[in-house]
Design a protein around this ligand. Structure first.
Ligand code: SF4
Length: 474
């Protein structure tokens, strides 16, 4: 009897918004759907089911999520859409409101249901009195009960889920790099931040589990692991009683065929010398520090309830550069935090000029309900926020352009990311993270292809990007 391949289930498109931690959740959903024989499509207009994995931590990301949901709903007419499914942080934070405000949504689910996604889109049948499947679907049952988008049980309870190496996962990033979520949630009290209330308490995966996943990814041809969390420096503290990030790094550095290990989301006061030593000692751990500092005025740092003052931040940058002289430093800052005066803002500008960081992102403060800063007095007018945002970016561009001159004449390994339509070859060095930092524009690389490694001699340092000519095709 010839084995027949089961007819694929529905066609599904997953739209992933927000941060790399959400990207990992989306990839677990994709893995689960593929495992259950759903036909995955990239173009939402072809999909019978569209899953929007939302972001919901600040105004701008909430707006982007709602715009994306409404745009997806249009495919009910112009596309193939039968069911619009919404998950992720916005759904976890505003489940009830979304249900009422957006009737376009068919199904909502929260952060604890990432691996349960298949049940979301093809709901289990209710048992009839004899315990046999049949009868009404759970969705119809809930719909009948509530007359609007059902919210599956435990979807909105405190987020406790974190995937592991046994979770099915389909990478959505180019095959040569992958994000690895080492922990989820956060216990810190930053007064502007709603993430702990959405993503729950800090919870780490085990060392063995992460190592296992790293080996699995290496076996798939992944060469670069980007380690992500809300606070990577606190990795292991919940599970082992003390942070074990240094040990995790040295273990991952031994995983065969992994060329680059990149650490993201470091909490400034928690960067230990032990970590710096492991990073300095292992050439495949990128000399790259993604340290969100948020501000540089002691008054504002205190009001943000950030651990550490300006002196600590300056000392941290000195410590990093003392151990790893050419380290690349990325950071993010908030401008327009309640109570921020021109003097406070000028302190931030001076800090940018003196600390010469490579890549910096700026957010204008977003007044979030359910956060201590959201009810603070002296909220800064929007016009002032936007003016400070523009000035901060302008100053940082000049600082970065200066700082990137240090690469001119250096020979660096680069991985090819994309070949643009105009033939331009864009790559990254180990000093540049995917998706957030600048690229290296590679000249003279024949038959370039994504994932290819090439040695490049840097000829120009720009405020965002580098330019270099290919030396050796590998
Ligand atoms: S460290 Fe602070 S800003 Fe970052 S997720 Fe935790 S509470 Fe939010």
């Amino acid at each position: 009897m010839p084995k027949t391949t089961p007819k694929p289930n529905k066609t599904v498109a997953v739209i992933s918004l927000g941060c790399p931690k959400n990207t990992v959740d989306s990839e677990v959903m994709l893995g689960k759907l593929a495992q259950d024989n759903y036909a995955l499509v990239k173009d939402p207009s072809e999909a019978e089911v569209i899953i929007v994995n939302t972001c919901g931590f600040i105004e701008a990301s909430k707006k982007e999520s709602i715009d994306t949901i409404l745009a997806a709903a249009k495919y009910r007419k112009s596309g193939n859409l039968k069911s619009l499914v919404v998950g992720g942080c916005l759904a976890h934070r505003y489940g009830d409101e979304l249900r009422k405000e957006l009737p376009e949504i068919d199904i909502l689910f929260g952060l604890n249901d990432v691996e349960n996604v298949v049940n979301q889109i093809s709901p289990p049948r209710l048992q009839d009195s004899k315990g046999k499947q049949g009868g009404e679907s759970l969705i119809d049952h809930l719909n009948r009960k509530q007359n609007n988008a059902p919210l599956l049980p435990n979807s909105l309870s405190e987020a406790t889920y974190v995937y592991d190496a046994s979770s099915p996962r389909l990478l959505s990033t180019p095959g040569h790099f992958a994000y690895v979520k080492i922990s989820e949630g956060c216990d810190l009290p930053c007064t502007f931040c709603i993430i702990p209330k959405i993503r729950g308490h800090h919870r780490s995966r085990s060392l063995e589990d992460i190592e296992q996943e790293a080996k699995q990814l290496a076996a798939q041809g992944v060469k670069e692991l980007c380690l992500v969390a809300q606070d990577s420096t606190w990795y292991g503290s919940d599970r082992y009683g003390k942070p074990r990030i240094a040990e995790l790094l040295s273990r991952l550095a031994k995983v065969k065929d992994i060329e680059w290990i990149r650490l993201h989301y470091l909490y400034p006061s928690r960067v230990t010398d032990e970590m710096l030593d492991v990073m300095a000692a292992n050439p495949n751990i990128c000399p790259y520090f993604d340290v969100p500092l948020q501000h540089a005025s002691n008054k504002i740092l205190k009001s943000m309830q950030r651990i550490g003052d300006r002196a600590l931040l300056e000392k941290l940058i000195q410590r990093i550069r003392a151990k790893i002289p050419n380290a690349s430093i990325r950071s993010t800052f908030i401008v327009g935090f309640p109570g921020e005066t021109d003097e406070d803002f000028q302190e931030l500008i001076e800090f940018l000029k003196s600390s010469k960081m490579d890549y910096v992102g700026f957010f204008s403060y977003s007044q979030e309900e359910n956060t201590p800063a959201g009810v603070m007095e002296n909220q800064v007018p929007e016009k002032v926020k936007q003016a400070r945002l523009a000035e901060a970016y302008k100053v940082q561009e000049e600082v970065a352009a200066q700082s990137h001159q240090r690469w001119v004449g250096q020979k660096l390994m680069a991985v090819v990311e994309t070949i643009e339509e105009n033939g331009e070859v864009q790559g990254r060095t180990k000093y540049q993270a995917p998706e957030v930092d600048g690229v290296v524009l590679i000249e003279g690389l024949k038959n370039a292809r994504p994932g290819q490694w090439a040695e490049v001699e840097i000829t120009h340092g720009l405020e965002q990007d580098l330019v270099g000519k290919a030396i050796l095709n590998s």
